[in-house]
Design a binder for this molecule. Structure first.
Ligand SMILES: Cc1cc2nc3c(=O)[nH]c(=O)nc-3n(C[C@H](O)[C@H](O)[C@H](O)COP(=O)(O)OP(=O)(O)OC[C@H]3O[C@@H](n4cnc5c(N)ncnc54)[C@H](O)[C@@H]3O)c2cc1C
Length: 337
């Protein structure tokens, strides 16, 4: 099913403004795709993934979207083409948004963090090996999720799915969900700001294609905005992966807790690598409010975090990741206790 492992020929378009990038995407009507760092796009093209391989590539790496600005009133603004490595090493992010700092530091390996970008980590395609090997799944022009039928240990949801069960692979998006980030999306009609949960709904049918993000073919992310951290809040991240050196999450947890003394007054708890989009663990969030962090409340929160889990029982099955998820939540909460 895979190609000869050569990147097919494509036309390279290099815009000098975001407006020009959007206008090129519009002009080529779905035959063009944005390339930022290229670590995901070129990989899918090399693998010959039919529905993900464009005829034209719009290279936005030269646009002035490589910046990180922090302001105590406005919060954090990260330009779309900012390398993940810059997010991982930014002192303000380390001080005010530890969950994002830690998540960025667990993305892939140093070379990929240098080349991969903020928006690329959010918009990257799933790494389900059926899609990556050009199987005709829902996301690749077909009408079946091979992951449900076959090997679903690593890349399929434990919280169910509808058409596609492939998990959202990004680490930083999980932190952005926990931090209630919003994104600026530029299209032909101008810029729209939307909560990141609207950009990553898990499953969307856009331009007649099944996708994990809601972007139309002629829209691009220009900026990620994170509100200032609430007063008296702390945050943490824990990721479970098969290879500790670099790997996608088998399960991860991003936590932001606000305290009144030792009592939790607000909780944001989001799971990664286990659902088609970052998964907000609402039952655990509600439980945590009014509690303080003790071994027993942490254990109870970890149980509640996987409420509603529906691991796959067809194919290989993936119920072991329910326990890994509980472990990730336990570790992330323990880091704050
Ligand atoms: C071996 C390996 C291990 C990895 N491990 C991890 C991991 O542990 N955790 C993790 O989070 N990720 C991991 N990744 C994924 C990696 O982080 C992504 O490939 C990278 O973040 C993508 O960024 P990029 O700038 O290279 O995106 P590109 O490859 O340029 O683009 C990726 C996709 O996003 C779209 N896109 C890019 N920028 C924009 C924009 N501004 N607006 C709209 N669409 C846009 C492109 O059209 C394309 O569809 C891994 C990748 C590899 C190859």
């Amino acid at each position: 099913m895979s190609s000869n492992n050569e990147v097919p020929k494509f036309g390279l378009l290099v815009p000098s403004t975001t407006e020009q990038a959007v206008s090129l995407l519009t002009q080529y009507g779905g035959q063009a795709k944005i390339m930022s760092g290229g670590t995901d796009l070129l990989y899918t093209m090399k693998n010959g993934v039919k529905y993900k391989t464009p005829e034209y590539v719009v290279d936005i790496s030269g646009l002035p979207l490589n910046y990180i600005n922090y302001d105590a009133t406005d919060g954090l603004r990260i330009g779309a083409t900012t390398p993940i490595a810059s997010i991982a090493s930014d002192p303000n992010i380390a001080q005010y948004y530890p969950v994002l700092n830690q998540a960025a530091n667990t993305v892939a390996a140093p070379q990929l963090r240098n080349q991969g970008t903020a928006a690329g980590d959010v918009i990257q395609d799933t790494w389900c090996w059926y899609l990556r090997n050009n199987y005709p799944c829902w996301q690749n022009g077909g009408n079946v999720c091979f992951g449900v039928l076959g090997d679903n240990r690593y890349y399929q949801s434990i919280f169910g799915g509808r058409l596609t069960y492939a998990v959202n692979p990004g680490d930083t998006p999980v932190a952005y969900f926990a931090l209630n980030a919003d994104v600026a999306v530029q299209g032909p009609g101008g810029t729209t700001n939307m909560p990141i949960s609207q950009l990553l709904p898990g499953e969307a049918i856009v331009d007649g294609k099944v996708k994990e993000n809601s972007l139309q073919h002629n829209e691009m992310v220009t900026e990620i905005h994170v509100p200032p951290p609430p007063a008296n809040s702390k945050s943490s991240w824990y990721k479970v992966r098969a290879r500790q050196s670099f790997d996608f999450a088998l399960a991860s947890a991003a936590v932001v807790l606000t305290f009144n003394g030792s009592t939790i007054s607000h909780a944001s708890l989001v799971l990664g690598g286990v659902d088609v989009a970052p998964h907000r663990a609402t039952a655990a969030e509600s439980y945590l409010v009014g509690q303080s962090l003790t071994p027993s409340t942490i254990q109870e929160a970890a149980v509640k975090a996987v409420e509603g889990a529906a691991p796959l029982t067809t194919g290989t099955g993936n119920s072991f990741r329910v326990f890994l998820t509980q472990g990730a939540v336990t570790k992330a909460l323990t880091l704050l206790s």
